[in-house]
Design a protein around this ligand. Structure first.
Ligand code: ATP
Length: 199
């Protein structure tokens, strides 16, 4: 599995459609300060479902939409598409090439798609979670983040490893199931109380 292309349109400083093509191996993005290198990394985590505005270096989600410059009006939407080569089947989907897209409208709506078919955020997270490209984005190490990992508590560090190993998804599902069971147990107890009151 490797990232093939990343297309940004209206995302942060990338007003016009811009496609970056990645070959297998190491890719370096070089450019002067403020030219948009980190915006490319932000686009990668955003299209993979990042919800934290702070990790995207903004104050609100709308900040990812091109805000305009002296020569160009602001845009009404941001779109990012990421195409992943899946010939090795690392992603649990029957396509050798998978394109994930995310669109955010200034008016408020937001859309995701997998190979052009509308999808939910959960579908994107499920698709990526076993590949190591999970929700917590530990595959993307931002400036200063190394420090966070080195200073993490043993519990947090375990979380990083579980996410990378694909275990976290199952633990979260188990926690959700346990919460449902507890709620169901409370309902049953209430039902038993009512039944004995009626008798
Ligand atoms: P450095 O090397 O200093 O880390 P960089 O190449 O990583 O810089 P970025 O942080 O990616 O640069 O880009 C910053 C630029 O993106 C700034 O000029 C900022 O004004 C612009 N920018 C960020 N968000 C938007 C937006 N919503 N609309 C227009 N421009 C934006």
């Amino acid at each position: 599995m490797h990232l093939k292309t990343l297309t940004l349109r209206g995302f942060k400083s990338f007003a016009s459609a811009t496609t970056l093509q990645f070959e297998p191996g190491v890719t370096c993005v070089v450019g002067p300060n403020g030219s948009g290198k980190s915006n490319v990394v932000d686009a990668l985590s955003w299209v993979m479902g990042e919800q934290g505005v702070k990790s995207l270096r903004g104050g609100k989600m709308e900040d990812v939409i091109f805000a305009g410059t002296s020569g160009r009006a602001p845009l009404g939407r941001a779109e990012v598409s990421l195409t992943i080569d899946n010939t090795d089947g690392a992603l649990p989907i029957e396509y050798t090439e998978v394109t994930i897209s995310r669109t955010l409208f200034r008016s408020g709506g937001s859309e995701y798609a997998i190979n052009g078919t509308p999808a939910r955020l959960l579908d994107i997270q499920d698709l990526l979670s076993d590949s190591g490209l999970g929700r917590e984005m530990h595959v993307i190490v931002g400036q200063g983040q190394l420090d966070t990992v080195l200073r993490a508590t043993p519990e947090d560090r375990r979380g990083f490893i579980e996410e990378a190993a694909g275990v976290l998804k199952h633990r979260k599902r188990k926690e959700k199931a346990v919460r449902k069971l507890e709620a169901m147990q409370a309902n049953l107890t209430r039902l038993n109380d009512l039944t004995s009151e009626i008798r």
